[in-house]
Design a protein around this ligand. Structure first.
Ligand code: ZN
Length: 227
């Protein structure tokens, strides 16, 4: 499958190819499991909600080898959970309504949104990509708030990966502060929280340690949250 994707990128993949692949996929599934689509259409009960980046190299279903119906996913540039973004608030509310067991913010290395934020924080301003720069402004602030942590990091890759990790944790913190999560915390019925980084250079996912004690002290997490 992977080689198929890579070779398709190298050749010229057309829309007709995509439609043809869809038909081939349906034929294959129907052969293996004739009731697959009938069952799929009956409803969803995903256990996981993911907030991920739009990057085309990171399909969450693909990298976790999960099927349709198993992951509830929201994606935007650099996996932002901006408190003013109604879309994320509604998605979290919906995820809790569906009673997901886990909420995961999944960033990645080589993230263009994170790199742009780093450029904004360290280079003179330019006129390009104004909307995207506005969108990633919280990551610029994250860099500025933690600027001392970057002093010992030598390469740009190390700096950007560290910024991606800080960004993931900051967005998970934002999710905790959405009205729906606050309500869930009060009811003591809430999902586990996770921050992941997909390391594009290896394909492996790194799970980040959450500062649970600190977040409890700040009132971000309830005292009942497991340490
Ligand atoms: Zn990205």
């Amino acid at each position: 499958m992977q080689s198929k994707i890579l070779s398709s990128t190298q050749t010229r993949l057309t829309l007709e190819d995509l439609l043809q692949r869809n038909k081939e996929w349906v034929t294959k599934i129907n052969k293996e499991n004739p009731s697959f689509f009938e069952n799929l259409s009956k409803g969803q009960k995903p256990k996981f909600f993911f907030l991920g980046c739009v990057d085309s190299r990171k399909s969450l279903n693909f990298i976790t080898q999960t099927d349709l119906g198993q992951l509830l996913i929201q994606r935007n540039i650099a996996n932002q959970a901006n408190p003013e973004d109604k879309s994320i608030q509604a998605s979290i509310e919906f995820a809790l309504f569906l009673e997901v067991n886990h909420i995961v913010v999944c960033g990645h290395t080589q993230c263009g949104g994170v790199a742009l934020a780093h450029t904004c924080a360290t280079q003179p301003p330019t006129d390009s990509l104004k909307e995207v720069k506005e969108w990633v402004r919280p990551i610029v602030k994250e860099f500025q708030d933690h600027s001392n942590e970057f002093d010992n990091l030598k390469t740009d890759d190390e700096k950007l990966t560290h910024l991606s990790k800080l960004n993931c944790l900051a967005q998970l913190k934002n999710i905790c502060q959405t009205p729906a999560m606050q309500k869930a915390f009060e009811s003591r019925k809430y999902p586990e929280l996770h921050a992941w980084i997909f390391v594009m250079e290896t394909g492996l996912i790194e799970s980040l340690e959450l500062p649970v004690t600190q977040w409890k002290a700040e009132g971000i997490l309830p005292q009942s949250y497991p340490n």
